[in-house]
Design a protein around this ligand. Structure first.
Ligand code: SF4
Length: 150
């Protein structure tokens, strides 16, 4: 998921996450565009939850980005890089307990302007509601949890 290769979380200095709202729009459109070449960051809590639910070792699905932050691993399928957890039907195999960042997408956070917006990398971005305060606060809290500061 995310801005070509450096997407889900960082996009030209912008911080992004997945949608924590409804996955209906993605499912109705059979879309997993944001799960390709993912750069989605994951928290220790995400990792613990996924390991507990799947019994898959963290080293199987976690790697580090250039900034030393933990992120989801991609796997190569034919000529395509895609999230370790994207199955052969284009579905997230851990949807119910996917990383918190994945849950927020396509809502992302602008670290410079301190505001939430909808990432236009998402093929269906115009179908999502405008960001609202509650979601904005949750994103802020999430980023604080991840980086310890805003
Ligand atoms: S964990 Fe699921 S929702 Fe998140 S990038 Fe991977 S396949 Fe997509």
């Amino acid at each position: 998921m995310y801005l070509k290769t450096e997407y889900p979380f960082f996009k030209n200095g912008l911080y992004m996450a997945n949608e924590i709202v409804e996955g209906d729009i993605c499912q109705q459109n059979s879309c997993h565009h944001c799960c390709l070449e993912t750069e989605m960051l994951i928290t220790k809590k995400d990792i613990q939850r996924i390991v507990t639910k799947t019994s898959i070792s963290a080293k199987e699905f976690v790697t580090l980005n250039d900034d030393g932050n933990r992120k989801l691993k991609n796997k190569q399928i034919d000529s395509q890089l895609q999230c370790f957890f994207l199955d052969q039907n284009g579905q997230c195999s851990i949807y119910e307990f996917r990383p918190e960042g994945c849950q927020f997408y396509p809502y992302i956070w602008d670290l410079t302007e301190h505001r939430i917006f909808i990432d236009d990398y998402c093929l269906h971005h115009n179908k999502f509601q405008k960001p609202w305060f509650t979601l904005s606060k949750r994103l802020e809290d999430f980023i604080f949890k991840l980086f310890g500061k805003l």
